[in-house]
Design a protein around this ligand. Structure first.
Ligand code: SF4
Length: 356
């Protein structure tokens, strides 16, 4: 799995704490050149051929198609790409013109993840997005018309004044659009965001749980699969890339602030500064202890509806998994949390943690 971090955005959304800088004033080509150099120099770190490539951000759809091509060509020259089956690009609706979409398709991008967040214009303004609901819907329809058959959209829930009716309307509109995947994130107010500075509040846990269950029930009744806390898809259209993170696959992350994992014990990450990244500041690394590995295994596996197999746990840790706790199910050798209860999975999983 290869992750490319595109660390710039047209403007900062009020809730966002991802690493990104303002597009104005950055030399995007210099960033692309550095990404290509990093891809070449770190190719040997990925010990198995990549199965997915993911352009995340930031706003990767601010890259010119020729820049995306440079990155993909560099990957093709330096990695065995014969097993790559999914290439995702995160996009904001305002960049998805017909010609841009055709270029993406011709480059082999076969999955779009579109940051829509809500189908309410006043809410979009409140969270600092640059598009309107009509532009978002048009972008999805254009992408479908151009030939994209695997489209994910992001939705957001948990505003302090969020009503069930508003959320039901968002879900209905997402279904009407005929997308294949929805990532639904609960709003949290992170330090260093505009929302935090303004003292914006989010919804109570009780309201968030109601909204979460509404989404779970509506999508499941419509034949969707709730396969991870925040992720839903039509059958067999799970995000291959993100599923790889949750099953412990190795991944190489390039670009400022991108993280990598060797599939064993070593996690590494690039500096969160475009300037330092371009100047070649070295990666930071950490090696996970046995306790970290154990707790991370539980945290990543149990956030998915599939959970983990007892056999796999034993193979990995050399002992049987014995814990029981309310909300945890063990059936036919599989340990899992029911999808409808994933909202409280953090509480359940933390009771299983080892303290090292
Ligand atoms: S939410 Fe996306 S578009 Fe908005 S600032 Fe964050 S990374 Fe950029």
């Amino acid at each position: 799995m290869i992750y490319i971090h595109t660390p710039f955005c047209a403007s900062k959304c009020h809730y966002c704490d991802f690493y990104s800088v303002a597009l104005r004033g950055v030399d995007t080509q210099n960033i692309v050149n550095t990404i290509c150099i990093e891809l070449k120099s770190r190719a040997s770190e990925l010990t198995s051929p990549p199965t997915s490539i993911y352009f995340g951000g930031g706003t990767p759809s601010l890259l010119h198609p020729t820049q995306i091509k440079e990155i993909l060509d560099t990957i093709a020259k330096n990695f065995d790409t014969s097993s790559v089956e999914e290439i995702t690009l995160e996009a904001n609706p305002e960049q998805l013109t017909e010609s841009y979409l055709h270029s993406l398709l011709s480059l082999g991008i076969n999955r779009l993840s579109i940051g829509i967040q809500t189908f309410s214009d006043s809410r979009l303004k409140f969270i600092g997005r640059r598009h309107t609901t009509a532009e978002a819907a048009d972008a999805v329809k254009r992408a479908q018309k151009c030939g994209f058959e695997n489209i994910s959209i992001d939705l957001m829930f948990g505003f302090a004044d969020h009503t069930l009716e508003e959320w039901q309307s968002d879900i209905a509109k997402a279904l009407e659009l005929g997308v294949q995947h929805i990532s639904a994130y609960q709003l949290s107010i992170e330090p260093r965001t505009l929302f935090a500075k303004r003292g914006t509040q989010c919804a109570t846990d009780e309201l968030c749980q109601t909204l979460f269950l509404e989404l779970h029930n509506t999508l499941c009744q419509n034949g969707w699969q709730h396969y991870e806390i925040s992720n839903f898809s039509l059958p067999d259209l799970h995000s291959r890339h993100n599923s790889g993170y949750w099953s412990g696959k190795p991944y190489l992350g390039v670009g400022a602030s991108a993280h990598s994992f060797d599939g064993n014990r070593c996690r590494s990450w690039n500096v969160s500064s475009v300037k330092d990244y371009i100047e070649g500041v070295e990666l930071e690394k950490e090696y996970l202890s046995n306790t970290d590995l154990h707790n991370e295994y539980l945290m990543t596996r149990l956030r998915t509806a599939a959970g983990f197999m007892l056999d796999d746990y034993k193979k990995k840790f050399g002992r049987d998994f014995k814990a029981t706790t309310r909300g945890l199910n063990i059936e036919n050798g599989r340990v899992f949390i029911e999808a409808k209860n994933l909202f409280t999975s953090d509480d359940i999983i933390s009771t299983l943690f080892e303290i090292g």
